[in-house]
Ligand binder design. Structure first.
Ligand SMILES: NC(=O)c1ccc[n+]([C@@H]2O[C@H](COP(=O)([O-])OP(=O)(O)OC[C@H]3O[C@@H](n4cnc5c(N)ncnc54)[C@H](OP(=O)(O)O)[C@@H]3O)[C@@H](O)[C@H]2O)c1
Length: 289
């Protein structure tokens, strides 16, 4: 299968390009130098020339705070960009794989139970709204799509959009001797892009289109996540828990956004390992070896 991968130097894109290529797929990696999803004339000709059998889009504008000030840019990448790719998919009659987020949830403030794919979204930030708009565009325009929601991604390449992922940022702050405060009232599931890549490969093989939640299993607050990072990295950090209201943040964030991978299990794919196991793997490989 010939696959065009957009965002191939991002953290998820980097892992996908390596893994899929090792598995023998013909994957063409595209960076923002090659393609800009926001503009028809900067994406259509590139993809029409490649003539892929599948388009995978990892591109996003996902700096949650910045999205509040730069809503037009968020919608340009996360919604209009998706519409541009849907048009190419229709021209070539090929499926689109696209990534969304746990931040499409959050309006239900009393939530304490994981969200599955049948739950009604309700974003509380412009980032979440722009990603949800992208989801609706896909459902409206395409029949053949894999729409994947994930949360708290970390990968060996680090996040380009955010400058760094949470794991690397915590280790950098602690080794620099900084006092660290992390929120204990936002609960999620940290997810390894390496683990996700393996499941994505399996999912494509099933040919079962649709909406999928894909995260490691278990849940924790960002504070619990940070404590586990320091434990596994063998770092004594000056860390204290805090609450969201202590921060002056423009964007609201879900207090609980754990996702249940129901549709993945129903597609016959074994669920992900626990987030702590995946994190150990990441830290051992990147920092302890
Ligand atoms: N990171 C998370 O915690 C998280 C959580 C849930 C869901 N997600 C979703 O998962 C997906 C992958 O995230 P990630 O962490 O791998 O992101 P990432 O590391 O920031 O990578 C995003 C990639 O998109 C490219 N890109 C940005 N704007 C583009 C444009 N207009 N046209 C073409 N390419 C563009 C970037 O290229 P340049 O480097 O050249 O700018 C970068 O390679 C995104 O859809 C994101 O919304 C992420």
């Amino acid at each position: 299968m010939k696959i065009a991968l957009i965002g191939s130097n991002g953290q998820l894109g980097t892992d996908m390009l390596k893994y899929f290529t090792n598995k023998g797929e013909e994957m063409i990696g595209l960076t923002q130098d090659d393609i800009d999803v926001c503009y028809t004339d900067k994406c259509e000709p590139v993809l029409l020339k490649i003539k892929p059998d599948l388009i995978i889009n990892t591109a996003a504008f996902h700096q949650v705070e910045v999205c509040e000030d730069e809503g037009a840019s968020a919608f340009a990448v996360n919604s209009v960009g998706v519409k541009n790719l849907c048009n190419v998919c229709l021209s070539l009659d090929v499926p689109l794989m696209h990534f969304s987020t746990d931040f499409v949830f959050g309006a239900d403030k009393k939530r304490t139970k994981p969200y599955n794919e049948d739950d009604c979204p309700g974003p509380v930030s412009l980032y979440g709204i722009s990603k949800l708009a992208g989801e609706y565009v896909i459902k409206y325009m395409l029949k053949k799509y894999y729409l994947i929601r994930s949360s708290g991604l970390y990968g060996y390449a680090g996040s380009f959009g955010k400058g760094s992922n949470f794991v690397d940022m915590m280790i950098k702050l602690a080794t620099g001797g900084r006092k660290i405060k992390v929120v204990n009232d936002q609960v999620l599931t940290p997810t390894s892009t390496k683990d996700m890549t393996e499941k994505l490969f399996e999912l494509i093989r099933t040919g079962r289109y649709g909406l999928y939640h894909m995260t490691n299993t278990g849940e924790c607050s960002w504070y619990d996540f940070a404590v586990e990072i320091f434990k596994l990295a063998g770092i004594t950090a000056d860390i204290t828990p805090t609450v969201s209201s202590d921060y002056v943040a423009k964007a609201r964030r879900p207090s609980y956004s754990v996702l249940d991978n129901k549709n993945l299990r129903e597609a016959g794919i074994k669920d992900f390992r626990h987030w702590k196991e995946a994190l150990k793997d990441y830290i051992d490989t990147k920092y302890n070896s």
